[in-house]
Design a protein around this ligand. Structure first.
Ligand SMILES: Nc1ncnc2c1ncn2[C@@H]1O[C@H](COP(=O)(O)OP(=O)(O)OP(=O)(O)O)[C@@H](O)[C@H]1O
Length: 249
């Protein structure tokens, strides 16, 4: 099986700003990668590069063994973006309809929801624990509930790879922890490969299998255990900062 993601010698910049320099790594099926790093370290740029949305000048990205230039299997990839644009209360769509949009994206014209799609939507709502919200208007829900709906929309196609860019930024700590538990269940139960950009490295360390630390270049990529036992990383971050990331390990 080819790796789910293979990045090789990636360089990305915005004008004169170098966002990523010589980044290479591979992600295997079933991995759960926590992508961390300071503000402006290139995390969102990496996500955009994986989705073919960043202008990178050098290097290759391969998804499921196919170079991004030829990759067409976008139904295998789910994406939850960073900016949680909370819905306006009068946005005229129900929870079921918003989740259904995730299925329409993968269809050719004419796009419509059939009976098996409706079953799939219902199953996904159940899985996310939001079936009781199905007829509510999305704009009437709390931030945590809306984020679950958007996660359901990203998952309704049953993607093999789910990329999440700071999905918990607008959530309170308790809702955030529940969201992380949900992601860990998805990874464990359906083997979905997860790539999660987060500032909660300590919290997510309890569930993610590997840590990818960016600071415009790849500072570290490996298991949390390796990170926590690495004298090189102690030298790089200082013991206190390393302990912050490692305290749940
Ligand atoms: N559209 C853009 N135009 C110009 N510069 C950009 C653009 N997007 C990002 N940058 C710059 O590229 C660098 C990497 O940004 P990026 O958003 O990838 O970082 P990040 O790690 O996701 O940051 P944060 O944690 O703050 O979300 C930063 O210096 C940023 O200012």
């Amino acid at each position: 099986m080819p790796p789910v993601i293979a990045v090789n010698g990636l360089y990305c910049r915005y004008g004169v700003t170098h966002a990523l320099t010589d980044v290479s790594f591979t992600v295997d099926g079933g991995d759960y990668i926590a992508v961390v790093g300071p503000n402006g370290s290139g995390k969102s740029t990496l996500v955009k590069a994986l989705l073919g949305l960043a202008g990178c000048d050098e290097g290759d990205v391969t998804l499921f063994g196919t170079s991004l230039q030829e990759f067409n299997d976008w139904h295998k990839v789910g994406y939850l973006p960073q900016n949680l644009n909370l819905f306006n209360p009068i946005f005229p769509a129900t929870v079921s309809e918003v989740v259904g949009l995730g299925l329409l994206a993968g269809k050719r014209f004419p796009k419509s929801i059939n009976r098996s799609d409706s079953t799939r939507i219902e199953e996904t709502l159940e899985q996310m624990g939001i079936a009781d919200l199905r007829r509510r208007l999305i704009g009437d829900l709390s931030g945590g509930q809306q984020q679950r709906v958007l996660l359901a929309r990203a998952l309704v196609n049953r993607p093999q790879l789910l990329i999440l860019d700071e999905p918990t930024a607008a959530l309170d700590p308790e809702t955030r922890d529940r969201f992380y538990t949900l992601l860990a269940d998805i990874n464990r139960n359906s083997g979905t490969t997860l790539m999660l950009v987060t500032h909660d490295s300590a919290t997510v360390g309890g569930c993610a299998s590997k840590l990818l630390y960016l600071d415009k270049k790849l500072v570290f990529y490996g298991t949390f255990k390796e990170f926590c036992a690495s004298p090189e990383m102690t030298g790089h971050f200082g013991g206190a900062a390393q302990h912050q990331i490692c305290r749940l390990h």
